[in-house]
Ligand binder design. Sequence first.
Ligand code: FES
Length: 169
Amino acid sequence: MTMREKIEDAAARYPDQRSAIMPALLIAQKEHGHLPGPVLEEVADILGVERIWVYELATFYTLFHTEPVGMFHLQLCDNVSCMLCGSEALLTHLEMALGIKKGDTTPDRLFTLSTVECLGACEMAPVMQVGDDYHGDLDPGRIDAILERLRAEAGQAIGADLAAASPGE
Ligand code: FES
């Protein structure tokens, strides 16, 4: 299925095409990795809605990325509950461990580091979202373990890609 077909399929479930912008953006982001201007315009054209409506949603919600992000997007909550439970120190720890500052992507494009508003999981503060997964009750040790696991995952994915690119070797 093409991106257009997927978006049209999703949009058919909504009585109002404006309501389908969120699912359409999720589909487009999955397809392209992020949402640059031309992709946002394509989404608006497919749905037949105002481009500004699509831009507004894509730039308001932290789950949408208008700029390229790394293979793993680390989104650390820095809202009140998480801040009171030490998110500031965890941000410093992440910056040191990754060698980048908040908002940056590592040179190997594995990690992008961001801070976000409340993730709605305050009961397990401090919390970080990585892709669709939430990690709570974080401390520096747990952060290190998460980074190690993600690096291993990336290594496996890259290894699988190389094997697929050179079959029979
Ligand atoms: S304040 Fe961090 S999840 Fe709510």
